[in-house]
Design a protein around this ligand. Sequence first.
Ligand code: C2E
Ligand code: MG
Ligand code: MG
Length: 313
Amino acid sequence: MPLKPMNDQNVFYSTDEFPQAILASWAPILENRANCPRSARIIAHHRPESPPTIIQNDCPRWARIRSQAIDNEEFVLHYQPKVNLASGKVVGAEALIRWNDPRTGLVPPDKFIPILEETGLISEVGRWALRRAVEDYLRWRATGLEAVRIAVNVSPLQLRNPGFVAEIERKIGIGAHAADGLELEITESMIMEDVKHSVSILRTIRDMGVHVTIDDFGTGFSSLGYLSKLPLDTLKIDRSFVTDITAGPQGLALVTTIISLAHALKLKVVAEGVETEQQYSLLHLLSCDEMQGYLFSKPVPVEDFEKRFLGRM
Ligand code: C2E
Ligand code: MG
Ligand code: MG
């Protein structure tokens, strides 16, 4: 018998009660994915069409995210500057979340975002990240800093949530000019999953004055026909292409083509993961608009970002 119904699709079961046939059929995947061996104390969260998420009651990271990280506001945003290649000026920032776990220190997003996504907690944490970014931008303006637009990453679950547009509306309602300071980074594969839905949501969001960027471009098999119809401001070249730019003529040809394509579609183009002077020089030569990467700065806490890049004394 289910422990606790969540909504129409999702039901929590104790392991004892979980339909054993389903569990057995998904067993190889589950053991890899959740990294929690089957035991009497796991809870399964099951949708008929997808593998159940198995969460061990005493799986320490999950338990602490649920019981402590959200309530105690242990998440922090670090900011990584985006630099205009022609002027050398910092013109934007990407907000990258970290979990400041008091026991282990800073935990990078790839260690906890998949758990937040599997459990649905990403919506709550995503709302928090949006609010924090908007508040930081408005504070920069109010205190006379050289405020730059902040790009926040959006997860597939957030984009699919029917309340997402209203959520953005609420966030930019926090203060006048809030929309000027907000950009959403949405991965190419997420947009391509349901192009019609994405076009309608992105159009509404852009009409509010919020910028939209396609993240990790080149990895999600965009249909070029659709790309021209998508309401976008910026195309962000995936780090793997930037790394390959100096590896040989093919790598260079790919980045050259992406930059030309973006400019032909009147989009700004940003290169992510720029680590070497050589990559920087080539991107400059190819008229890439902006870059982001360790060559210029790693993501840093907000106080450091303000001091180093926004003119705080
Ligand atoms: P992303 O949005 O593609 O972010 C770029 C990642 O590349 C960041 O990793 C950044 O620290 C890293 N990076 C930047 N420059 C360089 C470089 O020069 N070299 C190398 N090796 N790496 C570089 P990070 O912070 O670990 O974030 C990983 C991913 O986690 C992000 O990829 C994004 O998909 C996700 N993420 C981060 N914050 C959030 C958030 O608030 N919400 C959601 N839904 N996802 C987030
Ligand atoms: Mg991003
Ligand atoms: Mg990216």
